[in-house]
Design a protein. Sequence first.
Length: 318
Amino acid sequence: MNHACTATLDSRLPAPLPRHARFAIIAPAGPARLDADKARDWFDSRGYQCQLYPGVSESEGYLAGSDERRLRDLHDAFADPQVDAILCMRGGYGSMRLLDRIDFELIRRNPKPLIGYSDLTALHTAIARHAGFVTFHGAMLNADLLGEKLEPTLSSLLAQLHGRVGEGSLLQHPAAYPLSTVLPGAASGRLMGGNLSLLAATLETPAEVSFDDCILFIEDVNEPLYRIDRLLTQLRLAGRLQGVRGVLAGDFAGITVEALTPLLQDIFGPLGVPVLAGWRSGHCNPNLCLPLGAQVRLDSGAAALTLEQDLYTKAIPV
């Protein structure tokens, strides 16, 4: 049994993004070269505004600025009432270094969409545990949006941010990328997870959440199959998989679904849970958005993932 608690607050966010939303751009993890004019033009051309926080232009080795700078940007973006959503610049490494200093009370008082993946898994799980609202495993600025990743990378993100999907909506997956039923069945639960390496690394930290009664989403990059095995085995031996109700396997960057399937069967077969593999989320092109913390239903035999709740407490803004 996983003893880490998950906040029991309403997982819905207050309201969908308005038509001319302001995005805060922060860099809680690694540095990247950012063409500020290109970024602003990208948002302007789509009717949005963007606010670049200081850390996006800083670099301290493998970190985007000091821990203090990155933490301040995170806090400031949540606290600013003019900011509608927080978009992370890139992954890499660095989010874990902030976990024991994050003001979760501030975040809980100012719920808004946080968008990112990879190293940002640490922030997704920490917010799920301490604040309890939905965050978005989706496109980041540099590699995905400015990198012009294929559709439905952007449209899946905007559909969720603007409240165009809600209770009963099927989360669409492009037919060009067939899904694979690893273990058949259907189950409901909170969609939790993210980058597998981060899920293992955050055990016994302020970012660990309970996977009990969840649909577990996993993805990774630059990890050979034996290391994926080791990470999943670590979670199994730590007792963290016992309460999982179903598994959605995303992209594993170079590991085919055929190669991954026997391992998923070994790990999850004894639990008797449905497993669906090949979902295009993670370090891949396209990179579909997933609402982490939302109640979903996974039907692996039908290759379907359905929302069982609205993502927002208010209606779509006019």
